[in-house]
Design a protein around this ligand. Sequence first.
Ligand code: 4NP
Length: 150
Amino acid sequence: MKTRVLMVCLGNICRSPLAEGILKSKVNSEEIYVDSAGTGSWHVGQLPDSRSIEIAKVHGLDLTNQRGRQFTQKDFLDFDFIFVMDNSNKADVLQLAQNESEVKKVQLILDELFPYENVDVPDPYYGGEQGFESVYQMLDKACNEIVKRL
Ligand code: 4NP
């Protein structure tokens, strides 16, 4: 059975598509399945934000086969690890958890770099290009740590 990893943010167009693309590039797809979702529904069916697509491209990754989807309760059954980008995503996801084993699957992605410090990946949606590069760098480092434990 493949290990299944889900990346979650609010819109599923900026941060979690990048996290999905980065982690996919670091693992064997025969062994590990990676997906992403948003807690909100505004961008269901849409491509990632053009700025995420662009920054991924700069780093050799293609996000254009991704489409937005909303996180559902079923994702707790389908995934082994659920990495959320910020504390607000974490609260939204945990609200749908039905037992302790589901709660335990949910982790802030930057806990990989700063354990117990509750650090958010900042939402770059309303900012400029630079925000996307800085998000890319954080997610790249966090995914290096995730790979070590999968
Ligand atoms: P993301 O960024 O959660 O990193 O995908 C956002 C994208 C869109 C919105 C909010 C955050 N929005 O409100 O539409």
